[in-house]
Design a protein around this ligand. Structure first.
Ligand code: NAP
Length: 229
């Protein structure tokens, strides 16, 4: 889906931005990071490590240069990142974020009444948001073989054409994809990420898991979904 003449903008130079930017560059895409500090030592080190012509600039310049943005910032900074990008239109935003915050008992809780994905769509009404990668650890994105088996990336979005294009891109990383419907289902995907994080929060890294969603298990003839109660 990447236009050969246009880079993919990766907003955020942290774990997810670094892993996704690195894989995109390996796969032959031109990558421009949108960073709050594009000239810092850390950002320079990341760009050098990735090589393949990767570069860094401000979020607004990176977004302006690209047709595809990867939104890889923490929920706490997601709205501020949108302001720093400014007004953009006609772009596909691959949203990897989760609207989570630390709650009681040292676990996570949803930090939005809806989802990060829906909020990002609201902040960029003239772009198409497709949620992907939010249930996959950055280390598995960097190296899918680290999971020791296939990994599914559930994808949601309201525009089918963009969703298919993002799914094809995700598959080139070495993942299976599952279309989980419209963007409102970002709520379910962000909840999934909450479960994914539990072993890390509890210091049980040996129990950490990846999602693998198997198709074909449902009865061939369905009587439909019954309402609860
Ligand atoms: N870590 C994972 O394995 C994982 C997996 C699935 C989903 N996610 C989701 O992906 C998103 C990014 O996670 P991450 O682990 O990559 O986070 P991270 O390592 O903390 O990096 C986030 C990056 O976002 C940028 N940023 C912009 N505004 C910010 C702000 N106000 N505060 C802090 N950083 C800000 C920073 O880059 P600049 O300084 O260059 O601007 C920073 O390096 C989160 O929403 C997370 O829930 C993470």
């Amino acid at each position: 889906m990447s236009n050969a003449t246009k880079p993919v903008a990766v907003i955020g130079t942290g774990r997810m931005g670094g892993a996704i930017g690195g894989r995109l560059a390996e796969l032959g895409h031109s990558v421009v990071f949108g960073s709050r500090s594009p000239d810092s030592e850390e950002t320079n080190a990341l760009v050098q490590k990735i090589g393949n012509g990767a570069s860094a600039t401000s979020p607004s310049e990176a977004a302006a240069a690209a047709d595809i943005l990867v939104y890889a910032v923490p929920w706490a900074g997601a709205e501020e990142a949108a302001s720093s990008i400014g007004s953009i239109s006609g772009k596909t935003i691959i949203d990897v974020t989760n609207a989570l915050s630390f709650g009681a008992h040292g676990l996570m809780e949803m930090a939005s009444d809806t989802s990060s994905g829906e909020n990002i769509q609201k902040w960029f009404p003239d772009c198409v948001v497709v949620k992907a990668f939010n249930t996959v650890g950055f280390h598995v994105i960097a190296n899918p073989a680290a999971a020791g088996g296939p990994v599914s990336v559930p994808i949601v979005g309201d525009d089918d054409t963009s969703k298919v294009a993002v799914a094809e891109l995700v598959q080139t990383f070495g993942f299976e994809t599952v279309d989980v419907g419209p963007l409102v289902h970002a709520r379910a995907l962000e909840m999934m990420s909450m479960i994914y994080i539990v072993p890390y929060l509890q210091g049980r890294k040996e129990d950490a898991f990846e999602f693998y969603l198997r198709r074909g298990a449902a009865p061939k003839v369905s009587e439909g979904v019954r309402a609860a109660g």
